[in-house]
Design a protein around this ligand. Structure first.
Ligand code: ADP
Ligand code: MG
Length: 210
C-alpha cells in the first residue's frame, strides 16, 4: 500500500487571509501532507486553527496563497453546512450528480448503511439534524470518491449518529478510499488510522495507537 502514489499531496502550502482593515491572518503555514488510499485521517484543532482552510485546499475548493496541491482521483465533500437541496427527497439528494443509470444499487446500499432506508421519500426539512448529517454523508460517498473530505461532520451529533457517520467514513477508507475529517471533538473518532493536529495554522502528526 505504501508504494502507491498518494491520492493527495500538499507541499509547502500556506494560506493568508486578508484582515479587514489591513494585514493578513496566517490560517495555514508551510503545510506538507500526503494522504494515501486506505488512510482515514482525523484533523483536530480548536476553532480558528485552520481546519476548514486545510480541508477546502485539500478538496480543491480553495487555491492556497503559496505551495502546491496534487490529487489523483475524485473528491467528495461533506460541508459543515450540509447543503442538502430542500426540494429533492433524501434518495434524490443522495443520487445527485450520479449517472442516471447504474447507480441505483449504490444509492440503496448507502441509504441502508446510514440508516435512512425508511426516510428515502422524506424531504431534508422533515428530518432531524442527525439524519440530515447522515444524508450528506451518503451523498458524499455515493460516487465512491478517491478522497472524501468532511468538515466537522459530527459537530452537532449525538453519540449514536456520530458513530454511524464515523463508521461509514472508516468503511470508505477500508474499501481503498482516503478520508480527511476535521473535528474539534475527542479522538474517540472510530476507525481513524492517522491523527493530525492543527494549532494556529501549524500541522503536526501523532502516532495512532493500534
Ligand atoms: P477552523 O475551521 O479550524 O475553525 P478556519 O480555517 O475556518 O478555522 O479559519 C482559520 C483562520 O482563518 C481564522 O483565524 C479565521 O478567522 C481566518 N479566516 C477563515 N476564512 C477567512 C476568510 N474568508 N477571510 C478572512 N479570514 C478568514
Ligand atoms: Mg471550520
Amino acid at each position: 500500500m505504501t508504494q502507491e502514489r498518494p491520492i493527495l499531496t500538499l507541499e509547502n502550502v500556506s494560506m493568508s487571509w486578508p484582515r479587514p482593515g489591513g494585514g493578513t491572518v496566517e490560517a495555514l503555514t508551510k503545510t506538507g501532507l500526503e494522504v494515501r488510499a486506505g488512510d482515514c485521517c482525523v484533523v483536530r484543532g480548536p476553532s480558528g486553527s485552520g481546519k476548514t482552510t486545510l480541508l477546502l485546499i485539500a478538496g480543491g475548493l480553495l487555491q492556497p496563497s503559496t505551495g502546491s496541491r496534487s490529487i489523483h482521483g475524485t473528491v467528495g465533500f461533506i460541508f459543515q453546512t450540509l447543503e442538502l437541496l430542500p426540494y429533492l427527497d433524501i434518495r434524490e439528494n443522495v443520487r445527485l450528480g450520479l449517472p442516471a443509470d447504474g447507480a441505483r444499487e449504490r444509492v440503496e446500499e448507502l441509504l441502508e448503511r446510514l440508516g435512512l432506508a425508511d426516510r428515502a421519500r422524506h424531504r431534508p426539512w422533515q428530518l432531524s439534524t442527525g439524519e440530515c448529517q447522515r444524508v450528506a454523508t451518503a451523498r458524499a460517498l455515493a460516487s465512491s470518491p478517491g478522497l472524501l473530505v468532511a468538515d466537522e461532520p459530527t459537530g452537532n451529533l449525538d453519540e449514536e449518529n456520530a458513530r454511524i457517520v464515523h463508521e461509514a467514513l472508516a468503511h470508505h477508507a477500508s474499501e481503498g478510499g482516503a478520508v480527511l475529517v476535521a473535528t474539534h471533538g475527542s479522538v474517540q473518532a472510530l476507525g481513524m488510522t492517522r491523527s493530525l493536529e492543527l494549532l494556529a495554522g501549524a500541522l503536526t502528526e501523532q502516532e495512532v495507537a493500534t
